[in-house]
Design a protein around this ligand. Structure first.
Ligand code: PMP
Length: 361
């Protein structure tokens, strides 16, 4: 077996021990005589899986009791609509920070349902940084304030959260969920597609403060109401059963093998430093994100020469470092180094980059 180091932005690597356990449990899950893929979501054996996943997520992320955890489908992209439909109900106003493509998509979707204001944007800087925020721009009567915490395409992250007072802060944490501890109580809603740090694609996690689960805008489809899923413990319809099971295994790995989110953060910070330190001393490669906005999950870089970028991506893939091509909209390279990327993978990538630099100087 020849497994590669997969630097994909998502779906991405899963911990090897998790994959091995899933393989071992594939045909007969805990003596049930069936795979988790085959079992009824209403069965007793599955009930323990979904409840186990939720309680582990609550424990690992230290989610306060007044927050609901929802296991949904539709990807983070569905949340771009679900958030306004459910939260933009009092004054029909919301504030958005544009820090990349996904926050722009979220803003455009929300603008279909109410009065949305862009309070800051780094579009002019090609999203190479988190924009400066001027609290005077924030509207105190907004129903919520939206950010995309980690910008997957550009490799930037909010290192400090905006102070929004009583206005609930809503964050897309698709590409940084479980990468380090966060204070959930600072947020009204957190949402994430699971396919980067949590599970295979198909599962969307929403963590929502209970008082925000109210009456949605009229004509909101039943499946798009938070209350539908909150009232039925994510069992209104068939949930993404297998992804939730994988989420449980990943959380067990995170808790028992890694040692929780503080330990995870330490690993992630060290892995990212290996790459950023190299980029800062390299004469060939250059990091794209401004230093103070750098993400520890997605590291973007270029050589400055498109042909050389393509050569690098191709030679890296041949050497077992796959999916290093940057997002189709920005080009260059991107190394996504999510939780399951071992330190060794980053060390070897840096060695490979050093050699490439020597050979192409
Ligand atoms: N937000 C962010 C930060 C993302 O990285 C992505 C996907 N890469 C999305 C939203 C869209 O997620 P999905 O594909 O789950 O709809």
């Amino acid at each position: 077996m020849n497994r590669v180091y997969n630097f994909s932005a998502g779906p991405s690597m899963l911990p090897e021990s998790v994959l091995l356990r899933a393989a071992a449990e594939m045909l007969d899950y805990e003596g049930s005589g069936q795979s988790v893929m085959e079992m009824s979501h209403r069965s007793k054996v599955y009930d323990a899986i979904i409840k186990g996943a939720e309680s582990l997520l609550r424990e690992v992320m230290e989610i306060p009791d007044n927050y609901k955890v929802l296991f949904l489908q539709g990807g983070a992209s569905s949340q771009f609509a679900m958030v306004p439909l459910n939260l933009m109900t009092k004054n029909r106003k919301a504030d958005y920070v544009l820090s990349g493509q996904f926050s722009t998509k979220a803003y455009k979707e929300a603008a279909r349902f109410g009065d949305c204001k862009v309070v800051a944007s780094s579009k002019e800087q090609n999203f190479s940084r988190i924009p400066d925020l001027d609290p005077k721009e924030f509207r105190p009567d907004a129903d919520y304030f939206h950010i995309c915490m980690n910008n997957t395409i550009y490799g930037t992250v909010f290192h400090a959260l905006p102070e929004t007072g009583d206005v609930p802060l809503v964050a897309d944490i698709s590409s940084c969920i479980l990468s380090r501890p966060i204070d959930v109580s600072r947020f009204g809603v957190l949402y994430a597609g699971a396919q980067k740090n949590v599970a295979p694609a198909g599962l969307t996690i929403v963590i929502i403060r209970e008082d925000l689960i109210g009456e949605p805008q009229e004509k909101t489809p039943t499946m798009f109401m938070y209350k539908t899923h909150a009232e039925s413990d994510s069992m209104y319809n068939t949930p993404p059963c297998y992804s939730i099971y994988m989420c449980k295994l990943v959380l067990e790995w995170l808790k028992n093998e890694v040692g929780g989110l503080k330990a995870m953060e330490k690993r992630n910070v060290e892995k990212a430093a290996l790459l950023y330190d190299f980029l800062d001393r390299s004469k060939l490669f250059k990091g794209c994100a401004e230093k103070e906005s750098r993400s520890i999950m997605n590291v973007t870089f270029v050589t400055g020469d498109k042909d050389l970028d393509a050569k690098f991506v191709q030679e890296a893939a041949a050497a077992g470092f796959v999916n290093l091509k940057g997002h189709r909209s920005v080009g260059g390279m991107r190394a996504s180094i999510y939780n399951a990327m071992p330190r060794e993978g980053v060390e070897k990538l840096v060695q490979f980059m050093e050699n490439f630099e020597k050979e192409n100087a």
